[in-house]
Design a protein around this ligand. Structure first.
Ligand SMILES: Cc1cc2nc3c(=O)[nH]c(=O)nc-3n(C[C@H](O)[C@H](O)[C@H](O)COP(=O)(O)OP(=O)(O)OC[C@H]3O[C@@H](n4cnc5c(N)ncnc54)[C@H](O)[C@@H]3O)c2cc1C
Length: 389
């Protein structure tokens, strides 16, 4: 029996016709425009610019964003977001997804807290795929400890003067805007603001970083040397940026968890199909109990994670902010992915180790899922504190 991505997904009580229509349309777009090129783009280290405008015209970039800026959100809910993550995960190329969807972490703070003028200035071109926006929080001396950032923005008249640096920024080399965490007051969370910084401002420079996976998505260090930014580029109130960053993290974690869960399903698809074709010692791999059990355990873990994911999404959809569960879900999803990537790689044998296949790529993307958007240790600790420990 062929194992395909769809038959591996347990029936969901949360999905309706609108989700199914979005999935059908998006799948056609992915199969036509992205799937045939995913390996080539990952190897080349970039997604061509015209793919962004195609994704914009199709409505992928604008999904969930206000209509007045060129998005669509009539009838859109968290489960459309899960469908989007799943369909993009079928590429088995997290770098392509990270490149195309980087505005998914850079734009929401601006939409939620930016001025109307700023939203009208920035959002339409981003949602059309003509411009790109990144989220710039991490610094060489402040990763997990976001409240320790030291990039300073000093107010001088109508300007902020920005000095400091950011690192590991997705889209850092190619983005036109950075939603940037800056220090506008004393130490700690209460001195952090969010500032929109245009990449072409005098004093902004950037250098590319090479990494283990996600090759299609560029990553950079960014330097700010006396960069003058108009005060109207402040996103939300001064010294109130930390709350905005935290709210953004909730959505990012749900998105990362759904992507990791779908990648885990790709691992089962590849491993189970191979196990039914490949023969060793006179029988199919799937007929060896050890291999059968590996696949059964992958299904067991992915189905468990899917149930947790959908339950968290349902709670968020109903207005809750279940921070502890979102943190634990992210850990559950990245650990599931780590397990499934290992098992799939092992079942594929030497072939799995060869470049150009989905499993080899996914295996190299495990750690970014376990670290980016909040590492497993930090997620567990935050959850424990939220639970009152
Ligand atoms: C490919 C990639 C893309 C990224 N994209 C972006 C981006 O677009 N924008 C952005 O702002 N950032 C981005 N990041 C940065 C990412 O968010 C950070 O790497 C992450 O928050 C961890 O920070 P750090 O790397 O400085 O690790 P550290 O904070 O130095 O932690 C190192 C290790 O120590 C552990 N640790 C730290 N503190 C504790 C503690 N209190 N208790 C127990 N263990 C602890 C951590 O879990 C981790 O395992 C990206 C990272 C990667 C790898």
């Amino acid at each position: 029996m062929p194992f395909d991505f769809d038959s591996l997904r347990p029936p969901s009580p949360f999905l309706n016709d609108s989700h199914r229509q979005w999935r059908d349309a998006l799948r056609k777009f992915v199969e036509r425009e992205l799937m045939p090129h995913a390996t080539e783009w990952d190897e080349a280290g970039a997604v061509p610019r015209e793919v962004f405008t195609k994704a914009g015209a199709f409505g992928l970039l604008g999904a969930g964003y206000p209509e007045e800026y060129g998005g669509w959100r009539e009838g859109y809910d968290r489960f459309h977001g899960i469908v989007t993550s799943e369909e993009l995960a079928r590429l088995g190329a997290g770098g392509v997804t990270a490149a195309l969807m980087v505005h998914g972490i850079g734009l929401p703070p601006l939409i939620a807290r930016g001025s109307d003028e700023m939203k009208a200035r920035v959002a339409p071109a981003v949602l059309k795929g003509e411009k790109q926006i990144s989220l710039a929080i991490t610094e060489p001396d402040a990763g997990s400890d976001v409240a320790a950032i030291s990039t300073r923005a000093e107010r001088r008249g109508d300007l902020y003067i920005v000095n400091g640096s950011k690192t590991y920024i997705t889209g850092g080399m190619t983005s036109h805007y950075f939603t940037t965490a800056v220090r506008t007051n004393g130490e700690g969370a209460s001195g952090v603001s969010l500032l929109l910084i245009e990449a072409d401002r005098k004093g902004v420079s950037r250098t590319p970083l090479k990494k283990q996976g996600w090759w299609a998505s560029d990553t950079a260090s960014i330097y700010f040397d006396n960069v003058e930014i108009p005060a109207e580029n402040l996103i939300g109130g001064e010294n109130q940026g930390f709350a905005g960053i935290m709210v953004n993290f909730n959505s990012e974690r749900l998105g990362l968890a759904s992507g990791a869960t779908a990648l885990s399903r790709v691992c089962i698809e590849e491993a189970a199909n191979w196990a039914q074709r490949r023969k060793t010692f006179g029988k199919r791999l799937a007929d060896h109990q050890v291999i059968r059990h590996k696949i059964a355990e992958m299904v067991q873990r992915v189905n468990t994670t899917t149930a947790y994911l959908e339950h968290c999404a349902w709670r968020v959809q109903n207005g809750e902010a279940p921070v502890a569960d979102l943190c634990l879900l992210k850990v559950q999803a990245s650990e599931t992915l780590e397990f499934c990537a290992r098992q799939a790689m092992q079942i594929l044998g030497g072939g799995g180790y060869m470049r150009g296949g989905r499993i080899e790529r996914i295996y190299r993307e495990v750690r970014v899922n376990a670290i980016g958007g909040g590492s497993e240790e930090i997620m567990r600790d935050l959850a424990a504190r939220q639970l009152g420990l």
